[in-house]
Write a protein of this length. Structure first.
Lengths: 136, 271
């Protein structure tokens, strides 16, 4: 019997049809083959994930440690400045305590307040809005 | 026994002092009451006016006897409310004039007389409205009031301007008194010779100058007000112009007072 037309008799390669699910063409490989070595897929994925996370954490740490520090300056406190008066009293004269001058000063201040508070327009007494054109 | 009449007099004086209110406070109370009456009557007028508008629209749409009767009733109420508003407003205005002006002059006397006659007119007109039998009679009476209101409006603006001018005149007199006192003080300081008064005298001239300008502005505003007459369609415009001029007068008064304040500070300063 000629042997060239005989089918492959390697029975190890034959698929076990009882175990194969419908729609599935071939089983998923569980190993990566690297040359002569077989490495489990699960271990590869796990190792890659751990390494990636470690790298990210290391990058963040390096970023914070190696960032150039900004020198913090103390916040400036406002220095009190004198409020300028109309005519600053540099040196009081003899009349600084004169009763007539002081009473005049009070009068002028009171007039100033009254002038500011005066309602010049008397808007509360505006003429009432009435219809003065009654027609049918 | 000799001290008894004195004790009686003292008791009578104390009783009078306790029970007699100051005139100014009484004037303010009267004005506040009159002003509240005016606000109340204005509110009543607005309500009556809304009903009048509805009744008028209804009559103009349907032209029935019922709608005409309704329109007549609502128009009557509205016109009476309108007269009441004007009457109470003029009373409040009169009391405000009395409150603001201290010494009555000729111009103010004229205003009081005119205000009184207008108050009587609107009171009388309110009573006349009740005698109207038809809607047409009401419209005739309303037209009479509307024609009369042309001169009432002029009176209102003149009275308002007089109230504001009186305030300005009050401040002018006050600042004028201050100027006199400071002038007397400067003169006495100059006579003593213990302080240089040249600067103070120069500043006093500036203050007096501002006071003079304020007085001129009041005269200008009064000139503007004489131009308002009953035939003007826009009386408010002229009144606002007069008001603007019065505000300029007020500004000059503020400046004059401010200069006096500086002057006093200068007198308190050593050379």
């Amino acid at each position: 019997m000629p042997t060239e037309n005989l089918p492959d008799q390697n029975f190890d390669k034959i698929l076990d049809f009882d175990k194969i699910q419908v729609g599935e063409t071939k089983p998923k490989p569980e190993f990566f083959c690297v040359g002569k070595y077989k490495i489990k897929q699960k271990s590869v994925f796990l190792t890659t994930g751990i390494v990636a996370v470690c790298l990210i954490v290391l990058a963040l740490l390096l970023n914070t440690l190696l960032k150039p520090k900004v020198k913090s300056e103390p916040t400036p406190t406002p220095t009190p400045t004198p409020i300028p008066t109309l005519v600053p009293i540099i040196a009081p004269s003899f009349y600084a305590t004169d009763s007539a001058i002081l009473s005049l000063e009070e009068e002028i201040k009171k007039t100033e307040i009254d002038l500011l508070n005066t309602d010049l327009k008397e808007s509360s007494l505006n003429p009432p809005a009435l219809d003065m054109n009654i027609k049918f | 026994m000799k001290t008894l009449p004195f004790k009686i007099l003292l008791t009578i004086f104390a009783i009078l002092f306790l029970f007699c209110q100051p005139l100014h406070a009484q004037n303010t109370e009267e004005y506040n009451r009159a002003y509240n009456d005016y606000l109340f009557s204005y509110d009543q007028y607005r309500q009556a006016y809304d009903k009048y508008v509805v009744a008028k629209q209804s009559y103009l749409s349907y032209k029935t006897l019922t709608s005409k009767t309704e329109a007549f009733a609502e128009t009557l109420k509205m016109l009476q409310a309108r007269d009441e508003v004007l009457r109470t407003y003029l009373i409040a205005l009169r009391l405000k004039l009395a409150q603001t002006t201290a010494i009555i002059n000729y111009q103010q006397n004229i205003l009081y007389l005119n205000l009184d006659s207008d108050i009587i007119f609107y009171n009388k007109h309110q009573a006349e409205l009740t005698s109207a039998g038809t809607l047409e009679d009401l419209l005739i009476l309303s037209a009479n009031a509307e024609k009369y209101y042309q001169q009432t409006e002029v009176l209102i603006y003149k009275t308002l301007a007089e109230i504001i001018s009186s305030k300005e005149v009050f401040f002018q007199n006050k600042i004028n008194e201050e100027v006199k006192k400071i002038k007397d003080k400067i003169n006495s300081i100059r006579e003593k010779g213990d302080k240089d008064t040249v600067k103070a005298e120069r500043w006093l001239l500036e203050a007096e100058n501002r006071l003079t300008r304020s007085i001129e502005k009041i005269r200008d505003s009064q000139q503007l007000l004489t131009k308002i007459n009953s035939f003007d369609r826009d009386k408010t415009k002229l009144f606002n112009q007069a008001l603007f001029v019065l505000s300029e007068s007020h500004q000059y008064l503020k400046e004059a007072n401010s200069y006096l304040k500086e002057l006093v500070a200068e007198l308190k300063n050593a050379d």
